[in-house]
Design a binder for this molecule. Structure first.
Ligand code: AQP
Length: 329
């Protein structure tokens, strides 16, 4: 069984990426043939970072994977732009994707903002590139946060359209391994925690110092309701989000946790939350710092993964071109 997943090097990983994705990958690498891709081609669809920043973020992402416990001998870790099959298949699949399907994508609507005419073609065709990422490896499973569900559905639709057109079951229809624990912004409990949120106070980054974590949780938005009653949590988005973070990091179910903390003051709750966040992040941060001081090693990991991925995808692209009818030798 093959698993593919991607993460954008649009910044340093935050608690949302860790709880929504990274935690799962550690178990997945032992069970499946795993491809963990740093999707730099996706990043330039919306974030035009300075070249040094983009390069630096890719190194930070490899370091984050390794520091969280991903083993490059078990999982294939690589950056997307080094494996040309991703862009090649994206073009091919784009020719089997009706524009009407892309027009329904909510992420495009969210990210393009008010002036859609100014959004790039790359942002519009993002779902086709994501479909190519997955289908290039014939992955059966794709671990993603629930915000990516729609992109998985269009991947299956594109694969089916291709299979139907050529009357064969060439592409496997991938299934999402959805993690429903979505972490929200610390400033607005209705918005997801995101690397590209302009407010750094909206998220906890894995390179934040302990002091910064304390400060961010101290300033995190709350409300004036006393205690932590499970029945009222859903109407309290920011508090609910912090309880969910506590639950995810401690592996204590929310109802059990609420029993314990029901009479806590906000100050006491936030203090315990800070402790658990720091105890999760600080060993990862320490390891990331060590790894980042050895760029040659990180480059070696990327090259090792990139070579493996390129070998596999080269064969696959050849077969797809053959199905379409291109002349090859
Ligand atoms: N807040 C979140 N809660 C739970 N899961 C999350 N993921 C991202 N944010 C949260 C999951 O992490 C994986 C990698 O995401 P990504 O970096 O490729 O892109 P994203 O979802 O667009 O994340 P960001 O932080 O919001 O990045 P920017 O700001 O660059 O767009 C995915 O599986 C995602 O579901």
């Amino acid at each position: 069984m093959i698993v593919f997943t991607g993460i954008q090097p649009s910044g340093v990983i935050h608690l949302g990426n860790y709880i929504g994705l990274m935690k799962q990958l550690i178990g997945i690498q032992d069970q499946y043939k795993s491809f963990f891709c740093i999707v730099d081609l996706h990043t330039i669809t919306a974030n035009k970072l300075a070249p040094n920043e983009l390069r630096g973020n890719v190194f930070k992402m490899v370091a984050a994977h390794l520091a969280c416990g991903i083993n490059p001998e078990k999982a294939v870790i690589f950056n997307q732009s080094i494996v040309s099959g991703h862009t090649e298949l994206s073009w091919l699949l784009g020719c089997y994707t009706p524009i009407g399907w892309l027009n329904r994508m909510t992420q495009f609507k969210d990210k393009a903002g008010r002036d859609k005419q100014k959004a790039s073609l790359g942002l519009y065709s993002y779902p086709v590139l994501m479909a190519a990422d997955i289908l290039l490896y014939n992955a059966q499973y794709v671990p993603v946060g629930d915000d990516q569900k729609q992109h998985l559905e269009i991947t299956r639709d594109i694969a089916s359209a291709f299979n139907k057109h050529y009357r064969q079951d060439y592409f496997v229809l991938p299934e999402a391994l959805i993690n429903s624990s979505r972490v929200m912004s610390l400033r607005d409990g209705t918005k997801k925690m995101s690397k590209s949120d302009p407010s750094d106070y909206s998220r906890i980054n894995f390179d934040d110092s302990d002091k910064s974590i304390i400060n961010k949780i101290k300033k995190a938005k709350t409300d004036s309701i006393l205690g932590f009653d499970i029945d009222t949590l859903s109407a309290r988005p920011e508090v609910c989000n912090m309880v969910n973070i506590y639950s995810a990091l401690s592996d204590i179910k929310v109802d059990m946790l609420c029993n314990t903390i029901s009479k806590y003051s906000m100050e006491r709750f936030k203090k315990e939350l800070v402790d658990i966040i720091i105890s999760t992040i600080s060993p990862v941060r320490k390891k990331m710092t060590e790894l980042l001081s050895d760029k040659d090693y990180l480059l070696k990991v990327l090259k090792h993964g990139g070579d493996k991925a390129a070998g596999i995808t080269h064969q696959n692209i050849k077969k797809i071109k053959d199905i379409i009818g291109f002349v090859q030798w």
